[in-house]
Design a protein around this ligand. Structure first.
Ligand code: ASP
Length: 714
């Protein structure tokens, strides 16, 4: 089944410096052989890390929904973050059985809780398919056609690969826009269960106050387990399923790490924008990020208000609130950081030099002369349309009934197309699963909150001149003093919050949906053409950028001959670094290991600093076992290191030089939120929970000694 195309091993990384210390770099597996791992302090070889022909470390790494996890036992036990398992914990909670508040420990495998909206993905292999993807592009194509052709070709290649490798799933990922495409083969496991989670007062100790900050004292970890059908194939939940047998699981190094030690991470970082131009960063800094702060901040405060009055509501909105709050604070950090570090200005200066290089040669000028200004033209359009478009998109995500309804309306339109031309979630191979996830998410619906959020969004939209020209929108927003009343009426008369109704709608055609007398659904159907037009416009912009960035990378390569690693795109990457202090401000140095002493110092008894009694008692009793740091003489809680990570690296194993598990990555410090645009050794620090805290909490505090035994720790 192994299909490594050796020609690729060198194709991806256009050129980069192999520095001796940690540096900017989320390296795809294809680049490992070029890295000097020894200089980076690692004792493991590239082959031991990833070898598609034999069992290697990568076989012990998985993607858990949008996060990373690792196998830590032969029986499919996975360690990941508490915030990654949060949805599973929340879905299994109610007021009577509050697993968020109290935590969860399955005493036996039979007690593990199925989490049907979770899936685990393991990278099996990859192949460069750039030529086969790009061969479908012709010079006559419009930008929209270009994107559509690349998408369609990718779907075809995926289908072919899946036919050749039954049981595996194929996904084509764009590595360098317009240049490099890689087909990955994955195993997907669809029966995932919750095994152990500490209470939120450990797993999210410090809450949003401490999120994106160092020093940190959060026990952000959980255990889950993957199951397969009795014959080892991937299957959805059944009581007859058996624990998955990973080809490899990670060895847990209970002794942990020390300041200065080399570490590395394997994981699935989501998105970065290191190769985008200054004008893109300006758009982010001035338009998209501030609007995110504003729109999310407002929604979070409405949710807090609803949650304060009713614990059941608090449980139902917990996941959503948490993810909005996470992005809101990160966006604030990014606006601040991009401004302080002058990223736009720096990048403009670099681009001016690049332009001078281009202009210095008539052939180059002919070929690349207009490139930067054309790219900037795209961002100028995004800047002009951004505020309206961002608000308009937010309407159908803030109001959940509209989100559910949108899915049904979109499904009807998309499913009428040939399979390969549909949006990915509506293709036959994905549809059932995305539908099930939607229906599960509907359990958290809250009508009152939806009224508040719909009202707020309509009020915001009514201030845009574009609103007046959309009949459906204008009808409910034209009388500004009646918007709240209209929103309440729409939601009182709709069935879009009901699971059975959505299930039925998902079987209907577009024409049948227009026949249904449901005012919110009809309101949405009125807006749908605008949503489609925006989607097509986005695809056209992507098609244009795809072409332009392909050429930009080409000329940058000639200019710099250095340092190109593809932006993160949720595919498997390696990053290396060391456990290291940092200085966020003049005369301030922050040391890289926090301890239980700090948890006690921060504890006020009031959330988010309300340490559970069980932890306080174990602390008083000095019941530390072997989990004490030999020099600090405390149980270490969190560690800081200078790897290159982003969202999606949540849950990544932190590995020592020998490739043994010493912690679980969960965050970055505030200054490092701008990693997504520019990594820098001075401010970029990732944060993980120390394995000693994980083991101490799991066994000494909550008595799950059987899990330590399962991980081979005596
Ligand atoms: N805590 C982060 C997240 O939520 C992880 C990171 O971005 O470094 O995605």
């Amino acid at each position: 089944m192994r299909l490594v195309n050796l020609a690729l091993l060198g194709g991806l990384c256009l050129a980069f410096q192999t520095g001796g210390s940690a540096d900017d770099g989320m390296f795809p597996m294809s680049e490992l052989s070029r890295l000097n791992l020894r200089e980076r302090g690692l004792e493991i070889t590239a082959d031991q890390l990833f070898n598609p022909r034999e069992v290697s470390l990568v076989d012990g790494i998985c993607r858990v929904n949008g996060c990373t996890g690792s196998f830590v036992s032969p029986d499919g036990l996975i360690i990941t973050n508490h915030h990654c398992a949060f949805g599973a914990i929340q879905k299994a909670s109610n007021q009577a059985r509050d697993l968020l508040r109290d935590g969860f420990r399955a005493a036996t495998r039979a007690e593990e809780i199925p989490s049907p909206d979770y899936q685990v993905r393991i990278t099996e292999d990859y192949e460069d398919v750039s030529d086969r993807v790009l061969s479908v592009i012709t010079p006559q194509m419009s930008f929209l056609q270009r994107t559509q052709a690349v998408d369609r070709r990718s779907r075809e290649l995926e289908k072919e690969a899946e036919a050749a490798h039954p049981g595996l799933r194929a996904e084509v990922s764009e590595m360098f826009p317009g240049r490099t495409y890689v087909l990955f083969l994955y195993t997907y496991l669809r029966d995932v269960r919750l095994v152990f989670a500490p209470p939120v007062s450990v797993g999210n100790f410090g809450g949003e106050v401490d999120n994106w900050e160092w020093p940190r004292h959060t026990g952000d970890f959980s255990f889950m387990r993957a199951y397969t059908a009795p014959d080892g194939s991937s299957a959805t939940y059944s009581k007859d399923n058996i624990p998955y047998r990973p080809r490899r699981h990670l060895k847990v190094a209970a002794e942990g790490v020390n300041e200065g030690d080399a570490v590395f991470l394997l994981g699935y970082p989501g998105r970065t924008a290191r190769h985008r131009t200054a004008e893109f960063v300006r758009y982010e800094r001035d338009i998209r990020l501030p609007l995110t702060v504003d729109l999310y901040g407002w929604q979070i405060s409405e949710m807090e208000r609803a949650a304060a009055a009713d614990r059941e509501v608090a449980i139902r909105v917990a996941s959503r609130m948490r993810s909005l709050a996470n992005v809101e604070k990160r966006s604030r950090g990014q606006v601040l950081g991009l401004t302080r570090a002058r990223i736009v200005e720096q990048r403009s200066e670099q681009e001016a030099k690049l332009q001078a290089f281009i202009d210095a040669d008539p052939d180059r000028k002919e070929k690349y002369g207009l490139l930067l200004s054309e790219i900037n033209g795209v961002y100028a359009r995004m800047t002009a349309n951004g505020p309206w478009q961002i608000h308009f998109q937010q309407l159908r995500s803030a109001c959940r009934a509209l989100a559910y309804g949108f899915y049904a309306v979109d499904a009807a339109a998309e499913r009428a197309k040939p399979d390969l031309e549909r949006e990915p979630e509506f293709q036959d191979r994905n549809f059932e699963q995305t539908r099930d996830r939607l229906l599960i998410s509907m359990r958290d619906w809250n009508q009152e909150l939806d009224v508040t959020l719909l009202t707020g969004m309509l009020e915001r939209l009514s201030r845009f001149p574009e609103a007046a020209s959309l009949e459906s929108l204008n009808r409910v927003t034209e009388k500004s003093d009646r918007i709240a009343e209209q929103a309440a009426k729409l939601l009182a008369q709709t069935s879009l919050g009901e699971v059975e109704f959505i299930r039925e709608c998902l079987q209907k055609s577009s024409a049948e949906l227009t026949e249904i007398e449901d005012p919110l659904l009809q309101f949405l159907i009125g807006l749908y053409p605008t949503y489609r037009a925006m989607r097509d416009e986005q695809k056209a912009l992507d098609g244009q950028l795809n072409r332009l960035y392909g050429s930009l990378m080409e000329v940058k390569e000639q200019f710099l001959a250095a340092a190109f690693i593809p932006d993160a795109n949720a595919t498997l990457r390696l990053t290396t670094g060391r456990i290291r202090a940092y200085s966020p401000r003049d005369a301030v140095i922050r040391t890289p290991i926090s301890t239980l002493q700090g948890v006690i110092e921060k504890t006020t008894g009031v959330a988010p600093f309300d340490t559970p009694d069980a932890v306080l008692q174990a602390w008083e009793a000095k019941n530390f076992g072997r989990f004490v740091h030999p020099v600090l003489n405390q149980v270490p809680v969190a560690i800081l290191y200078d790897t290159d990570t982003t969202g999606g690296n949540s849950g990544s194993p932190i590995l020592n030089a020998r490739g043994e598990l010493v912690g679980v990555n969960f965050d970055r410090c505030f200054e490092a939120t701008i990693n997504d645009f520019a990594w820098n050794t001075n401010y970029s620090r990732s944060i993980g929970v120390d394995i000693r805290y994980v083991l101490w909490i799991t066994s000494r505090v909550y008595g799950a000694d059987h899990l330590l035994q399962e991980m081979g720790i005596r």
